[in-house]
Design a protein around this ligand. Structure first.
Ligand code: HEM
Length: 433
């Protein structure tokens, strides 16, 4: 078990346990229910009376922690530790910079989540984003060919952060890969509980085939089973704007093309788009045109423009990248939560909340502010304030801010005044004559 007592603050974080054996993938999730008092900010606050109990619990496990009991510590014991998630995200970014592995990380997250069956209530039998794809038995499913490579790539990072569940880790890697490729920010939440053994892996055959007899019908069967919609199907298929298909893995695609023969990453395969490491809407443009023999169009990709229900979205995304990004972000977040059991149940974010834009505080509305008589500077009645406010507004201003000067009117007034002056002077001269 990993537990830490922050020295810089009063926070105590209870994390997932250290691996019981060398198999980190099986590390059980940390649980200390009696200590939990969840606040709105999803942290657990211990009052000092809880602290002795807390210490007893800790010493029962492997690590002794010395904490300042006079301070009120806060503890998180969720399925994953938010701080470790943030650090792992930075390591994933580094890995992506070095190896350009965005596409395979996205496929890894999708294939963990995409086994979900909404008709099964029980977790983890219902499949979904639960980290079961780390087990050999599932990695060997035909649809997952090549994903053992993705697991080898990310495992060293996962080992550094035992306080993260595998379920969260796969989804973190996938969302980070989309964002790092220039895609939209995915509104992710974390706290997914991981499965604890290969016996909980889903049966083979839950993921879509690329070349079934009726592609549109097949896509609907598979994605509706996950509780997803036509819009989700089309938006999520847009992830094929990244990556390649390799005949030696899925059986689809050319061994290499002019766009893939030099990598980056391991050369070869056939991509759906020319710039297959850049997340944009070119997938929809390219599969619509089907003009370049070197670009891949799977039967299920072609269905997006052949089926009238899918076509409305595919056309829209080919035209409007912003619409695609918006819908993609929503659908990806949905996908990443399929079948997941969250701890805390509401999940948590690892992004900083957006700071509200500072707004000018209106000046206090005081009567006779400019009066020389201090004693008359009293607050106005509400009726009077309303009257004055209405008059200001009628002139296009507000009592909270100065009226904007109307330069044109000012110039006209100056000209008028000058003209009047000039005529007076001239009249004087005339009388003088
Ligand atoms: C709609 C049904 C889908 C089918 C039939 C399908 C099929 C395939 C196939 C055959 C490959 C090639 C794998 C290989 O040979 O290495 C592939 C790759 C890929 N898929 Fe899908 N896919 C589907 C949906 C999705 C979704 C929903 C996502 C993500 C949200 C996704 C993301 C990817 C990515 C990023 C790759 C490239 C992997 C790489 O370059 O290593 N796919 N897909």
């Amino acid at each position: 078990m990993a537990a830490s007592c922050s020295s810089s603050s009063t926070a105590i974080r209870l994390l997932s346990p250290l691996p019981q054996s060398s198999d980190t993938s099986r590390s059980p999730t940390f649980r200390h229910r009696p200590l939990r008092q969840r606040s709105r900010a999803s942290s657990v606050v211990l009052t000092s009376s809880f602290v002795p109990k807390f210490r007893a619990t800790i010493s029962f496990h492997q690590r002794q922690i010395k904490c300042n009991a006079s301070k009120v510590p806060s503890v998180t014991n969720f399925a994953s530790d938010p701080e470790q998630l943030k650090k792992a995200r930075e390591d994933i970014k580094e890995l992506i910079k070095r190896t350009h592995c965005n596409p395979i990380l996205i496929r890894l997250g999708w294939h963990d989540a995409g086994t979900y069956d909404k008709n099964i209530e029980e977790w983890p039998t219902r499949g979904g984003a639960n980290g079961s794809l780390r087990y050999d038995i599932e990695l060997k499913h035909k649809a997952n060919a090549g994903l053992d490579k993705a697991l080898s790539l990310v495992s060293p990072i996962k080992e550094k952060y035992p306080g993260i569940s595998w379920a969260d880790f796969f989804q973190l890697a996938s969302a980070t890969a989309i964002e790092e490729a220039g895609g939209p920010k995915i509104p992710m939440k974390y706290g997914r509980v991981q499965t604890e053994g290969p016996e909980n892996c889903p049966p083979e055959g839950n993921l879509p085939d690329a070349g079934p007899p009726s592609p549109a019908e097949h896509l609907r069967n598979v994605f509706y089973r996950m509780g997803l919609s036509d819009k989700d199907i089309v938006a999520l298929s847009g992830a094929h704007t990244l990556g390649r298909s390799r005949p030696e893995r899925s059986g689809w695609g050319k061994p290499e093309t002019k766009y893939t023969k030099d990598g980056p990453g391991t050369p070869g395969g056939q991509s759906w788009t020319v710039q297959w490491l850049k997340f944009d809407n070119s997938y929809f443009k390219d599969i619509k045109e089907k003009r370049d023999e070197d670009l891949l169009v799977l039967p299920t990709d072609a269905a997006l423009f052949d089926d009238p229900g899918f076509k409305v979205y595919a056309e829209k995304y080919a035209e409007d990248q912003d619409a695609f990004f918006k819908d993609y972000a929503e659908s990806h977040a949905k996908l990443s939560e399929l079948g997941a059991k969250f701890d805390p149940p509401e999940g948590f974010s690892i992004d900083e909340p957006r700071k509200p834009t500072p707004q000018a505080v209106p000046e206090k509305f005081v009567a006779a502010k400019y009066s020389s008589d201090e004693s008359s500077r009293s607050e106005l009645s509400d009726t009077m304030k309303a009257k004055i406010r209405a008059e200001y507004l009628a002139l296009g201003g507000s009592p909270d801010q100065a009226l904007k000067s109307n330069y044109f009117l000012n110039i006209m007034l100056v000209i008028g005044a000058l003209a009047l002056l000039a005529s007076l002077v001239m009249n004087q001269d005339n009388y003088g004559l």
